[in-house]
Design a protein around this ligand. Structure first.
Ligand SMILES: Cc1cc2nc3c(=O)[nH]c(=O)nc-3n(C[C@H](O)[C@H](O)[C@H](O)COP(=O)(O)O)c2cc1C
Length: 183
């Protein structure tokens, strides 16, 4: 297996973390990966808010009814935000940056998980993006897309199984319904 394939196979979502601090140079490398990622028309309209304050992480974990609990357990969460007035590819740009950080984290032995904000709701029905924007002081045009939680894993996850890849979703030349609909 080459190094990149190893990263892809071994990266799994980590939702339980130890208290161990992430060294500053590793945080820098992870944020650097985000800043190196490509954007539509090279807009580079993202903003990354790195949060390590435990009280703030706890507050942010309530931005949606379920699925954000690991934000409170993480040693750090990076809110991936994009200026929606500066690009129409804000979801794509933010997504690529988020995944770049996840892969860089994995290479450093640091666990991560994507926590969706966009289009989600808190338990009381408040849009998750409103709660996050208020807590982090985001200007109106800066939209939070997701968090990337970070920390040293406190759980074991199995690598992906290459035998279980959905190769039937890969079509050569044109779409072949019989490949994916089982006809
Ligand atoms: C767009 C997107 C949104 C996700 N949202 C959440 C989330 O809100 N909370 C969570 O715990 N995991 C979330 N995940 C992680 C997925 O559940 C996870 O990647 C998927 O189950 C595959 O598992 P793996 O990452 O361990 O391979 C999200 C992943 C993606 C790509």
């Amino acid at each position: 297996m080459d190094k990149f394939q190893e990263l892809m196979v071994n990266r799994r979502s980590i939702r339980r973390y130890t208290d161990r601090d992430i060294p500053a140079e590793d945080v820098k490398l992870i944020l650097e990966a985000a800043l190196l990622s490509p954007t539509g028309k090279n807009s580079r309209a993202w903003h990354f808010i790195a949060v390590d304050d435990k009280e703030m992480l706890e507050k942010l974990s309530h931005c949606k009814g379920y699925g954000a609990g690991s934000v409170a357990r993480a040693r750090m969460a990076v809110a991936v935000c994009v200026d929606v007035t500066a690009t129409e590819t804000w979801v794509e740009d933010g997504s690529i940056a988020a995944f770049a950080m996840m892969l860089q984290a994995r290479e450093l032995g640091i666990g991560s998980c994507w926590i969706e904000i966009n289009g989600r709701f808190a338990e009381d029905g408040t849009p998750a993006e409103d709660m996050v924007s208020e807590l982090l002081g985001l200007p109106e045009q800066i939209m939070p897309l997701c968090f990337v939680t970070l920390g040293y894993p406190d759980e074991e996850r199995k690598p992906q199984n290459l035998e279980k890849l959905l190769w039937e979703r890969v079509h050569i030349g044109s779409f072949h319904a019989d490949q994916c609909l089982g006809e």
